[in-house]
Design a protein around this ligand. Structure first.
Ligand SMILES: NC(=O)c1ccc[n+]([C@@H]2O[C@H](COP(=O)([O-])OP(=O)(O)OC[C@H]3O[C@@H](n4cnc5c(N)ncnc54)[C@H](O)[C@@H]3O)[C@@H](O)[C@H]2O)c1
Length: 341
């Protein structure tokens, strides 16, 4: 079976995707510098799939090492590129760190892929490229808005770099997947989301509050023009998201793509408010969450959820898991990580 490189394969979405790739019979080699993950994740993956993926600890900013890697693994047929820095707030404080880590690594990999007789490339993009879209649900044709942060800008620039490269490189086929809000963990709770420091995302903040690491969840604003006044997002279970990567990769490897650069939204198509997420957590966990409504937070958009028609029809992929499934698995994972289970 084809060998696939997964960069950032020990991170949250990467590790779940490695599991799905191995379940489909792909041979996986992971590159990760462990800047936001741990080598222990390899044990979790191995325990789920019964097969240990190849792993090279490598910083993708180190161009000579990237070249050496591809000389050694010149039989790689595809790359799924997750490795990036992803904290929006930090990117405002440290823009150069984000431009260097998210852009230079992409360029180095594409330069190596150009040398191969053919290559499939999947890029982790984000719904942040749409900003506050004028129309909901958001289709792939919605205009890309001025980025709100250097992090968001790296996703927009990344997509342009790939699109420009594909135009002049017939041997390269690429798909940018625009994720909405990935949540949850594998049902085995052997891998999951493990943010370092204060969580940037709602769900790990909820589970960490419930387990006592954080005192209280702040809900930023309840006066937005949404049904209950809190912000609305499209929360997609990470296992559904991971499976979409395998489907997208198969599409490229089986030459089913309609252009050599394509974009797809990955979401459920359903928006959930912050309070609905809190309620879903309380229902599946039986825990009462300590939360407080506070003022709006600067930079938050009101509402974003995906039109999934293109992904459903073209990829033949649909989400199967629910918000309740995601909250149940996230809670199980949090309890196991903290040794409460
Ligand atoms: N989680 C989200 O909410 C979300 C939403 C939209 C897009 N994305 C994108 O999806 C991708 C994966 O996100 P995630 O949530 O799994 O993040 P993550 O931080 O858990 O995983 C990223 C992995 O990449 C590794 N990495 C970072 N820089 C590296 C480098 N220079 N060399 C080698 N490895 C490096 C980190 O150690 C980490 O294991 C990222 O590109 C992110 O921007 C994430």
């Amino acid at each position: 079976m084809d060998k696939i490189l997964v960069t950032g394969g020990l991170g949250f979405i990467g590790s779940h995707t490695v599991v799905e790739l191995q379940n489909e019979g792909y041979e996986v080699v992971i590159i990760d510098d462990l800047s936001n993950s741990s080598e222990k994740v390899l044990d979790g993956i191995t325990s789920i799939t019964g097969k240990k993926p190849l792993f090279e600890k490598l910083d993708l900013k180190d161009r000579p090492k990237v070249e050496t890697f591809f000389e050694k693994h010149n039989d790689v047929k595809g790359v799924i590129h997750f490795a990036a820095s992803k904290a929006v707030g930090e990117s405002v404080q440290e823009p150069l760190l984000y431009y260097e880590n998210n852009i230079s690594t992409l360029v180095y990999i594409l330069k190596e892929l150009k040398k191969l007789p053919s290559a499939a490339f999947i890029f982790s993009s984000s719904c942040t490229v749409y900003g506050q879209a004028d129309e909901l649900p958001i289709t792939e044709n919605a205009p890309v808005k001025q980025a709100e942060s250097p992090y968001g800008n790296t996703k927009q620039i990344g997509e342009e770099i790939i699109s420009d490269t594909c135009k002049v490189t017939p041997s390269l086929k690429a798909i940018a997947l625009r994720y909405f809000n990935p949540v949850g963990s594998h049902e085995s709770a052997k891998i999951g989301e493990l943010p370092i420091g204060v969580p940037q995302n709602l769900v790990p903040f909820i589970t960490q509050t419930a387990i006592g690491i954080r005192e209280q969840l702040s809900v930023f604003g309840d006066d937005y023009p949404t049904p209950d006044g809190t912000c609305v997002r499209d929360y997609i279970h990470v296992v559904d998201l991971a499976k979409a990567h395998v489907v997208a990769l198969n599409r490229l490897l089986q030459n089913k793509n309609k252009a050599n650069y394509e974009t797809f939204n990955l979401g459920t198509g359903k928006g959930s408010s912050v309070l609905e997420v809190v309620k879903a957590f309380e229902k599946v966990s039986g825990e009462k969450l300590n939360y407080k409504i506070v003022g709006r937070r600067e930079g938050d958009i009101i509402s974003a959820y995906a039109d999934t028609t293109k992904a459903n029809n073209e990829l033949g992929w649909k989400t199967k898991l629910t918000l309740d499934d995601a909250m149940r698995s996230a809670w199980k994972w949090e309890q196991i990580v903290r040794g409460n289970k």
